[in-house]
Design a protein around this ligand. Sequence first.
Ligand SMILES: [Zn+2]
Length: 115
Amino acid sequence: MTFTPTAAKDGTPTVCHVCGMHAVGIGIGKPTGDPRYLCSECLTLLERIREVRRFDPYEMKAREGGMDAAAPLVEEFGADLSEWSEDQVLRFVGTIWRGCADRLHKTLSEGEAPF
Ligand SMILES: [Zn+2]
């Protein structure tokens, strides 16, 4: 689960290299190439992130978090997504994104690989 590039053409941080949330101006990239900026939450997990060799298992755990976060909205809005308003869809997508990031951060902070 990597999001690159993590900086706009003017160097402004855009998305976190690890979770895709809003990045701050500290990264784990090499002096040349993408700065691999991180968000403030991933910065607190920096040592764990450096230990991870493959993010695939973490991504699967993150997806479970997105699914869990989305379930109450499906219950609230109804199962037929074609009947949802644009605001409901935007809220749904934002909830999934946040749920994925929260589960990824939780999995990383627990310190053991999720397999
Ligand atoms: Zn992050």
